[in-house]
Design a binder for this molecule. Structure first.
Ligand SMILES: [Mg+2]
Length: 328
């Protein structure tokens, strides 16, 4: 350590922003570290206790601007609770129009959403289940997750940014003939659920929402596309109708049995971790052989697998007890 003989240390009293006293060492000449060596020799010359000086050692490493950290809000998610991040497309009504999405459902757009959600689950840590429908997706983090010390802002921003960049990155894989005309955006929120029941009710709520919206949209677009009603006329026709009425219109006027509509449209998409056999071909060459031989290799991998099933009833949770397991 280079202790400069010209280095001089002084202690000055400052007020911090709360009005408290802050003792600071100021050095002229020499290095900070060299000055620190001299400090111990100088201590007796100043009427400060050793304890205060030791405390000062920690303060010295920080700048005087450090106090601004105290303005940061604590957003730690409550321990032992399920943390849910839900994202939603910003102004996707317009986005769907501009990009010629099929009505009432565009399977390319739904598959792209699911691809993004799988990417989120695979890139980020501790997500046990995800559920998506329309332009929204919910991600459930393990109860015991300590990822980024359970900070809500970290959970939310990582999920939303990973999802949004994936949406642009994978766009061409799903919309070959449709260029992406402008960058899409997503909002996000964090909700903490204290029990298995509240988490199951949350997912049931989103799936019920999927059903209500999809039934409405299926009849609405049949009236517009097949009966030639204007959107306002179709809206008026459906005002005050119940589920049974909508099913009846679909069946009697369009010969559509709603229960035969694709499960992905009616139930949305659930993503859970499952073991999947991945079959690949690998070229193997023994030392004595000139040419390699192609061999089929099967590897078992755990992947985020999409299901289009009911999560409102008990069957799903009985079939997949690991999702709500205590260690989750
Ligand atoms: Mg939206």
């Amino acid at each position: 350590m280079l202790a400069s003989t010209t280095a001089r240390a002084t202690v000055r009293r400052h007020r911090n922003f709360r009005g408290g006293v802050l003792w600071c060492f100021h050095f002229r000449g020499g290095m900070w570290a060299a000055g620190a060596v001299k400090v111990s020799g100088c201590l007796a010359a100043f009427s400060v206790t050793l304890r205060r000086c030791l405390k000062l050692g920690a303060a010295m490493a920080k700048s005087k601007f450090e106090y601004v950290r105290d303005f940061e809000a604590d957003d730690t998610c409550l321990a032992h609770c399920w943390v849910v991040v839900r994202l939603d497309g910003r102004n996707f009504h317009r986005f769907a129009e501009k990009h010629n999405f099929a009505k009432p459902n565009d399977s390319r757009a739904l598959h792209l959403m699911t691809k993004c959600a799988q990417t989120v689950m695979e890139e980020l840590e501790d997500i046990v289940i995800a559920y998506g429908q329309s332009d929204e997706y919910s991600f459930v983090f393990k109860r015991k997750s300590n990822w980024f010390k359970r900070r809500a802002s970290k959970f939310m921003t990582h999920v939303v940014s990973q999802f949004a960049s994936s949406y642009v990155f994978y766009w061409r894989d799903y919309f070959e003939d449709q260029p992406l005309l402008y960058p899409p955006g997503f909002d996000g929120r964090v909700v903490v659920y204290p029990s298995n029941q509240t988490l199951k009710d949350y997912l049931s709520w989103r799936q019920a929402d999927c059903h209500i919206n999809n039934l409405y949209n299926t009849v609405f677009w049949a009236l517009v596309q097949q009966s030639g009603l204007t959107p306002i006329q179709a809206q008026e026709r459906l005002q005050g109708t119940l589920t049974a009425d909508k099913n009846e219109i679909l069946f009697s006027e369009f010969n559509i049995n709603y229960n035969n509509e694709p499960l992905m449209y009616r139930k949305g998409t659930v993503l859970i971790w499952q073991k999947v056999d991945e079959v690949t071909t690998k070229e193997v060459r023994l030392p004595a052989e000139m040419e390699g031989r192609k061999m089929v290799v099967t590897r078992t991998r755990t992947k985020a697998v999409p299901l289009h099933c009911d999560v409102i009833g008990d069957a799903f949770w009985k079939e997949h007890p690991e999702i709500l397991h205590e260690d989750s």
